[in-house]
Design a binder for this molecule. Structure first.
Ligand code: ADP
Ligand code: MG
Length: 354
């Protein structure tokens, strides 16, 4: 009888643990780009260069001019659950960085040929650490300006089951570009340069703190920009003792500009791009009377609130958040947008250009 056979419980080796974790966060080249660029942003980068080959499958190289890493901390950066971003549960509850789980680099390094090269801003030597499919090398000196470069080659070379699911170069590049568009809308202050197969393919100039119509136009097209209404509304603090009130700002398209699908709906919560059914519902409801049935609104909306009122640690890839005051936030979004749309209709009625 099989059931009678002895079973052995064993501790899985680190590399396998990292590969399993990689399954949750690293779905395709775009997820690698997302994690690396988020690290660059958390490090305070003002300019980020992204070089891709073959849709990112052959190479993803992300170089930043952020704070950098000390040579002796490079091995920690590629270790599981090692992070400089939080130190306690209290920090986690108020987390303002994009990362905090300390999982991305070890996960990526376990499923690729990986190199991390860095130099601290303001002094010190540059060094490099290579990891080959999870096998960690030793730290060696290497020339590098202040900041960090991460190179990821041959993604999933050692995980055939995953590699099989990668799509054509164009498709993978499309996913990367879509994610970069999402990022470019959220961080107009950062310059992004992208090259693919050795040719410059996209450049987002750093433009200052506010999303300008120029960047909006570049990201979502001239027609969206022409039909966009600026929204900026402050609301009440969601709860007594909350450090800050609610703020919803961004751009929503006039109802006359609408879409067949939800392809131009960008929502950020405290700067993080998320999907949220409750907020998506609130937006749809605000448009309910002014959109034809089955048509989708277009928007780029930023919701800001006390980080303690929102839990970002819901999913390893952090695509979702959970609000403590979901109902209140839903109603705040709904009322803000309904009001903004009502005002343009009133304006249109008396012939005032919006
Ligand atoms: P997390 O971002 O959740 O902390 P990661 O695995 O993505 O975890 O990165 C681990 C650590 O390596 C970070 O906490 C940070 O200290 C360091 N690090 C990673 N990328 C960079 C970078 N581009 N610049 C500076 N430090 C970095
Ligand atoms: Mg990270």
């Amino acid at each position: 009888l099989r059931a009678a056979q002895a079973v052995t419980i064993r501790q899985l080796p680190d590399t396998l643990v990292n590969q399993i974790a990689a399954g949750e966060v690293i779905e395709r080249p775009a997820s690698v780009v997302k994690e690396l660029v988020e690290n660059a942003l958390d490090a305070g980068a003002r300019r980020i260069d992204i070089d891709l080959e073959e849709g990112g499958v052959r190479l993803i190289r992300v170089r930043d001019d952020g704070g950098g890493i000390e040579p002796d901390e490079l091995p920690l950066a590629v270790s599981r659950h090692a992070t400089s971003k939080i130190a306690s549960l209290d920090d986690l509850e108020g987390v303002a960085t994009l990362g905090f789980r300390g999982e991305a680099l070890p996960s990526i390094a376990s499923v690729s040929r990986f190199a991390l090269i860095s130099r601290r801003a303001g002094g010190g030597h540059a060094a490099m650490l290579e990891v080959d499919g999870g096998r960690v090398g030793t730290v060696v000196p290497k020339a590098h300006p202040p900041g960090t470069t991460v190179e990821v080659r041959d993604l999933f070379f050692n995980v055939p089951a995953r590699r099989k699911f990668l799509k054509a170069e164009r498709t993978e590049l499309g996913h990367i570009e879509e994610w970069l568009r999402q990022l470019a809308l959220a961080r107009p202050d950062v310059e992004l340069r992208v090259s693919h197969n050795g040719k410059p393919s996209r450049r987002w100039k750093g433009e200052g703190d506010l999303l300008s119509e120029v960047r909006l136009h570049e990201a979502l097209g001239e027609e969206f920009a022409r039909n966009a209404l600026r929204v900026d509304h402050h609301g009440p603090a969601p709860a007594a003792g909350a450090a800050q009130g609610l703020r919803l700002h961004g751009w929503i398209a006039q109802p006359s500009y609408n879409r067949a699908s939800a392809d131009q709906q960008y929502l950020y919560v405290n700067g993080r791009a998320v999907r949220d059914r409750s907020i998506a519902h609130a937006v749809k409801q605000a448009y309910a009377d002014v959109l034809f049935h089955g048509r989708q609104p277009a928007y780029v909306l930023f919701l800001e609130l006390d980080p303690r009122r929102v839990d970002v640690n819901v999913h390893p890839a952090k695509h979702e958040v959970r609000f403590r005051d979901a109902r209140l936030i839903h109603d705040f979004v709904y009322r803000t947008l309904e009001q903004a749309l009502a005002e343009t209709r009133a304006g249109a009625a008396v012939g005032v250009a919006a």
